[in-house]
Design a protein around this ligand. Structure first.
Ligand code: SF4
Length: 667
């Protein structure tokens, strides 16, 4: 099959050895690439009960099947391992420039096992793979590390670099891996796993051609899509301050599925931070640690997070490899942080987690928090979620100044947040206790603090409220990597057009009452399952979620895959591969002794007790019933979430591990 390089590289950091392996054709057909390839490799490679920070854990960097074939919007890479944060399947996804570089070195994935005896850098170029002492790079922040490596290659082709910062070296369980000077594969504690292996960076400088079965067809698809995106431009009069109106429409009582291509204009103008205002008014943005509403953080506050204020600082737009939208931006924050010459603009997730979630309307402190995280290597979502937890503990007397080293942790005090984040990055004082996320922090603090620990299976959820979009809550609770906001949600589903060619995926083209989304029906479960499957295909292909959000009738992922691989398949075939991938990720968790019911998000996030004010007042989400339905529609036991034997047999997966998962009680 074309589009893949057909080979992976296994690196043993203990033995400093390398082994290439040819991946058989049936693996590509069954798992596609990216996340699927990683699942197919790691299920066997990581033994049950492996210490996530020990030598038996395997860290897998994989490229997408479409990456480098000429497909636009297909430059994202995955990193997967056993997560030290959740104890189960961990993965994280990133754009930047690493994905093509993995393939240009001749592999579709690079896997690291063992623990190096000293900090190392992995280097691959035309001569092949090698390991070098990290030397003075160890201890440097992630961006400085990459800059130092790039300066060594000045004058020639620059390599792609993935690096960790000091937070990951200190094994913070909420640390990620940086690429392209501060783009992050942030989730699941993947940075801590890299730090535990004493692997400071990957430096990839290959030049091999990436095969494509039908370059002309791929090029035609890319041209058609790029032309559509180019035509999507917002009128100059459309200012950020009008975004609350859009937010209100999106959160209305009737849902009108729109053509997703329109989102390209919004993303080109602002990127994800458009939601700073839209999400505030419709309830999408969680506030006061998921316990507050816009009634407290009103226009006087959220208005200060106007994306126009952020975009004004852009010195240039940022595009990941092969991206024609360019939702990112490099901003000038040198007046706030002298000496910082390159800073990726905060994403919505970052602006919300250090903003509304902590009731903070001070943009300056949000820039600082963004930069501290990007340099130290902390995941902004988890760091902000942990901060909100700490503030709520302080406000309720569970933490005192004696615990915080004199810091007064109050809602909305951005300066105190910056000080606390610096402690977390350095693992000092209270920061040491918080540097492993809310679940661990609550276990360490005790005294009833667990009621403020908002996590799903150990991971702090993304900044989208399930009381507005219950399908998002199903993803938080039921994905094998819980807490993820990029799996499935009604807001993605309605624009995806995944139902075209997939008879079991419910069509969503007509206006419908929002209330339907709160019902634990088979239709809603099928939408969740179809959305999840589309995301697995996407993560296997290396595609960007924002491409799918423009609609698969525009960004034609299935046609792309046919053309690039040279294997013509039905959409059902691709969705079957996705079911196989998702089921194997779930089986990985069972093999590691996790009960899927334990990753269901906290009751507060499902509206128990319900909010008293704001657009989501009074709303409850029947999350347990919805998760149970989702399990059933995936062919997993609806009481335990363990894949059924007949499902495993149908997808050619290994038999169920002996572990008895606990049952979910659905009221
Ligand atoms: S839309 Fe944004 S995240 Fe997606 S590939 Fe482009 S720059 Fe990267």
């Amino acid at each position: 099959m074309k589009a893949c390089m057909g080979k992976i590289l296994r690196v043993d950091l203990e033995k400093r050895s390398f082994e290439e392996e040819i991946i058989p054709e049936e693996t590509w057909l069954g798992y596609l690439g990216g996340v699927g390839l990683a699942a197919s490799l790691l299920y066997d490679a990581i033994p049950a009960g492996a210490d996530p920070l020990g030598p038996d854990n395997v860290l897998c960097f994989s490229s997408g099947l479409l990456t480098g074939t000429g497909a636009v919007m297909a430059g994202r890479w995955m990193v997967a391992c056993k997560s030290p944060l959740t104890g189960g399947w961990g993965d994280a996804n990133c754009g930047g420039n690493l994905s093509p570089a993995i393939k240009q070195c001749g592999w579709d994935a690079i896997l690291f096992r063992g623990i190096a005896s000293e900090p190392l850098v992995f280097i691959a170029d035309a001569k092949g793979p090698g390991l070098e002492a990290a030397g003075e790079l160890w201890g440097m922040d992630a961006i400085a590390t990459e800059e130092a490596i790039l300066s060594r290659h000045a004058g020639g082709k620059l390599p792609a670099v993935a690096a960790i910062g000091p937070a990951a070296e200190r094994l913070s369980l909420i640390s990620g891996i940086s690429n392209d000077l501060g783009r992050y594969a942030a989730r699941s504690g993947v940075g801590a796993v890299m730090g535990s292996k004493r692997l400071k960076a990957l430096v990839l400088k290959g030049n091999r051609p990436i095969p494509c079965a039908d370059p002309a067809a791929v090029k035609a698809l890319s041209k058609a899509y790029s032309d559509k995106v180019r035509r999507q431009n917002l009128p100059g009069l459309m200012k950020g301050r009008f975004l609350p109106v859009l937010g209100k429409i999106m959160g209305g009582k009737q849902v009108l599925p729109l053509d997703g291509i329109m989102s390209a204009g919004i993303m080109k103008r602002w990127g994800t931070i458009y939601n700073n205002l839209a999400g505030a008014v419709n309830g999408d943005s969680p506030m006061r640690n998921w316990g507050g509403s816009v009634a407290e953080f009103g226009a006087r506050h959220y208005g200060k997070l106007d994306p126009d204020r952020i975009v004004k600082r852009e010195t240039r737009k940022y595009h990941c490899y092969s991206c024609v939208i360019g939702c990112g931006g490099v901003v000038d924050v040198s007046d706030i942080m002298p000496g910082i010459s390159h800073s990726h603009k905060p994403e919505y997730e970052t602006a919300c987690t250090f903003g509304a979630l902590c009731m903070n309307d001070d943009l300056e402190t949000i820039y600082r928090c963004n930069e501290i995280c990007n340099r130290s290597g902390l995941d902004t979502i988890s760091a902000g979620g942990t901060m909100a937890f700490a503030i709520e503990c302080f406000e309720n007397g569970i933490l005192t100044k004696a615990d915080t080293g004199g810091l007064e942790l109050r809602w909305g005090d951005g300066k105190a947040m910056v000080a606390l984040l610096e402690l977390m990055a350095a693992r000092k004082g209270l920061g040491d206790l918080l540097a492993d996320g809310v679940k661990k922090a609550a276990e360490r603090i005790g005294r009833g603090s667990e009621r403020y620990a908002m996590h799903a299976g150990g991971q702090e959820p993304g900044m989208h409220d399930a009381r507005l979009d219950p399908m998002m809550g199903v993803s938080f609770s039921a994905d094998p990597t819980p807490g993820r906001h990029t799996i499935s949600a009604s807001v993605y589903y309605n624009v995806s057009h995944v139902w075209e060619g997939v008879p079991w995926a419910p069509k969503s083209t007509k206006i419908y009452p929002k209330g339907e989304e709160y019902e634990a029906t088979e239709r809603e479960a099928d939408k969740s399952v179809a959305g999840t499957c589309l995301k697995q295909v996407l993560d296997a292909a290396g595609g960007c979620l924002f491409a799918v959000a423009t609609g698969t009738q525009h960004w034609r992922i299935f046609d792309y895959l046919d053309a690039a691989t040279g294997v013509k398949r039905s959409r059902e075939d691709y969705m079957d591969a996705a079911r196989r991938i998702q089921t194997l990720r779930q089986l990985f968790n069972v093999k590691q002794g996790l009960s899927p019911r334990d990753s269901i998000m906290p009751q507060r996030m499902a509206g128990e007790p319900p909010l008293e004010t704001g657009p989501l007042a009074g709303i409850r989400v029947p999350i347990k019933a919805m998760v149970s339905n989702y399990w059933r529609r995936f062919g997993w036991d609806p009481e335990t979430g363990v894949p059924l034997p007949e499902t495993l047999a149908a997808y050619g997966l290994p038999p169920r591990p002996a572990f008895q998962a606990a049952k979910l009680e659905v009221e």
